[in-house]
Design a binder for this molecule. Structure first.
Ligand SMILES: [Zn+2]
Length: 301
């Protein structure tokens, strides 16, 4: 029987529980991880793998190379030398030589990038093309909405969604908290096309394994909400920037957008049900999402 485990890469920082994670798949013939997480939680990841008796990994599937998802790949390649790291060809060079990725991460995430830690290089010989997993019936779907090199992986009726449908936080009684994850440079049409591509496969998907955070089995509903949020959030930001004449990020602009979305978006409105520390962390990331949308609104008018 195949097993799928969620490894919570919990950080010793307020609000960073139930956020960064890695998925571990094991069957008699195949063991792989999806998104090993950042450098800073590498020892936690290795301990979690040892706990469940994983001695070797066949593949490490990378939905994208952002440092909170793939940062520990270089360390992991040394710990598990037989593992093959699968990423989009557009991401490969940044794994082999991560200096520019690190500089970009520092520019966007600042202190948070330091918390995640600097990635070490992955040996080129450890990298594999997405075709390498096709022989194991793992399909990769090009879903460039969140990042130009973003992939989703479909295996055994589970879609490892990365951030194609944004970020969620599990709430009791099936209430849904979700928000888009749209860092710059963001193109709404590309994000919607990525979601449409996944939705076209919905009959083959029983569950979505989010990168942030957890698993859901009402796939259609979550994908529909994610697409609706892209449209609604772009419209909302556009309306507020037109009304106020402000198109650059500021604390007041963010406060206005958050207030409008809490009214207009019933799933984002469940923000009020998040624990305090998670709310604070979500507002930190809100800036990144808003920056992407502001960039688009400025560009497209
Ligand atoms: Zn992420």
């Amino acid at each position: 029987m195949a097993k799928l485990n969620l490894i919570d890469l919990d950080f010793d920082r307020s609000g960073y529980r139930r956020f960064v994670s890695s998925w571990l798949y094991r069957s008699e013939t195949l063991t792989y991880l999806v998104d090993p997480g950042p450098t800073a939680s590498f020892s936690q990841l290795v301990a979690a793998l040892a706990d469940v008796g994983v001695e070797s990994l066949d593949f490490v599937l990378l939905t994208h190379i952002h440092i909170d998802h793939a940062g520990s790949s270089g360390d992991l390649a040394r710990e598990f030398p037989a593992a093959r790291f699968v990423c989009h060809p557009r991401g490969a060079a940044h794994l082999i030589q991560p200096d520019r990725l690190w500089e970009g991460s520092l520019a966007v995430l600042q202190e948070t990038a330091r918390m995640f830690g600097r990635p070490r290089p992955v040996p080129e010989a450890a990298l594999a093309d997405p075709d390498a997993v096709a022989a194991f019936s793992i399909e990769s779907l090009e879903t460039p909405g969140h990042a130009p090199h973003h992939l989703c992986f479909l295996h055994d009726r589970t879609l490892f969604a990365g951030e194609v449908a944004g970020t969620r936080y599990p709430l009791p009684d099936d209430a849904i908290y979700m928000r888009p994850a749209t860092p710059p440079r963001f193109f709404p049409q590309v994000a919607l096309e990525s979601l449409a591509l996944v939705r076209a496969q919905a009959a083959r998907i029983d569950r979505l394994a989010f990168a942030h955070y957890g698993m859901v089995d009402d796939t259609d509903r979550h994908l529909e909400i994610a697409a609706g949020q892209i449209d609604l959030w772009v419209q909302t930001v556009r309306a507020i920037t037109k009304e106020t004449g402000r198109c650059d990020w500021s604390r007041t602009l963010q406060d206005d957008v958050v207030a409008a979305l809490l009214q207009a978006d019933p799933h984002f409105a469940n923000f009020s049900r998040l624990p305090d520390d998670i709310q604070t962390r979500e507002l930190e990331y809100f800036r990144n999402t808003l920056d992407g949308i502001l960039g688009w609104v400025k560009h497209a008018g």
